[in-house]
Design a protein around this ligand. Structure first.
Ligand SMILES: C[S@@+](CC[C@H](N)C(=O)[O-])C[C@H]1O[C@@H](n2cnc3c(N)ncnc32)[C@H](O)[C@@H]1O
Length: 296
């Protein structure tokens, strides 16, 4: 892999990421979304509840035709479960680098062992540190809806992919809100009287058409964007809320203040309890899966 070592070149960016991970906005600018409220406990909880993301991620990876010997970047790798799966596909001749702005998640990821598998604290703002044409595949599994600078991120991914290399994105679908998401909105409306601009769950979701257009505008060709319906079960309302909190790095409902958050959660728990069955509460996760190719 010909990428430059991120730890060599990323000191200023890593410092700002430390602020980011600590929940501080850099340079006093107001954050576009509530900052993450990451902690070791939340990162460990994510590792425990992220099976839905892992299943969706395996589907995404199956569309990317990853081959032994490939060099792969997992952008927003979380605790690294999917990266480890990919390391087994590329084998000892290949390389998989997982990067994530949460040092707590990277600490868990670094416990994983596989030939050619490594992890660094970094995020979408740090892609300029990688050399052009470094990777055969770059994927983002359930990360793109947390990224506001989407055009720039895609531009950088295009640059660091080798000609013929592929991008893979799985992300929440703006036009196919899950049942739980609808209940969240209804609970917010019940308590606040309105649903403010969506600062509460995955703020930067796109429609299938928007995502495809964005990828094509970045230069990707043979773009395929499909909806992947998937559902699993949470044990009870508490487990649904634990999933939402952990998968949003603690941002879930954090923008409304503690008192109003508690009131919304209480309404939400009540609504969720009505969906309780013997198997638990069904959680659907309608995702968009996009793959595209950098022309040779
Ligand atoms: C729902 S988790 C998905 C984690 C992992 N991809 C998986 O499949 O389990 C979203 C991840 O995106 C990361 N993230 C948030 N903003 C990011 C950014 N700008 N660049 C890279 N990763 C980011 C978070 O730290 C978090 O680990």
């Amino acid at each position: 892999m010909r990428c430059q070592g991120p730890s060599m070149n990323l000191l200023p960016a890593l410092l700002s990421l430390v602020c980011f991970a600590a929940g501080l906005s850099s340079l006093g600018a107001a954050p576009a979304v509530p900052p993450p409220r990451e902690s070791e406990e939340l990162a460990a909880r994510y590792e425990a509840v992220s099976t839905p993301q892992f299943i969706q991620g395996q589907k995404l990876i199956s569309l990317l035709s990853i081959e032994p010997g490939d060099s792969v970047l997992d952008l927003g790798c979380g605790t690294g479960r999917l990266a480890q799966h990919v390391a087994n596909l590329v084998g000892p001749q290949g390389k998989v680098l997982g990067i994530d702005p949460s040092f707590q998640r990277i600490a868990i990821a670094k416990r994983r062992e596989a030939a050619g598998l490594s992890f660094e604290v970094a995020g979408s703002d740090n892609l300029s540190a990688f050399a052009s044409s470094s990777f055969d595949r770059v994927y983002l599994n359930y990360v793109f809806h947390w990224i506001d600078k989407k055009e720039e991120t895609l531009r950088q991914i295009y640059r660091i992919l080798k000609p013929g290399g592929r991008i893979g994105i799985s992300t929440g679908s703006k036009n196919q809100p899950s049942r739980v998401r609808k209940l969240i909105r209804a609970s917010i409306r019940e308590v606040l009287g309105e649903v403010p601009p969506d600062l509460f769950v995955s703020p930067f979701q796109m429609s299938q058409k928007e995502l495809r257009t964005l990828a094509e505008q970045a230069g990707f060709r043979n773009v395929d964007c499909q909806v992947f319906p998937f559902a699993d079960y949470a044990k009870d309302p508490e487990e649904v809320i634990a999933f939402l909190s952990a998968s949003s790095s603690g941002r879930f409902l954090s923008g409304v203040g503690d008192e109003r958050r508690e009131r919304i959660l209480s309404v939400l728990k009540h609504k969720l309890s009505k969906l309780q069955t013997e198997r638990g509460i069904e959680m659907d996760h309608p995702a968009l899966l996009l793959v595209g190719e950098k022309p040779r």
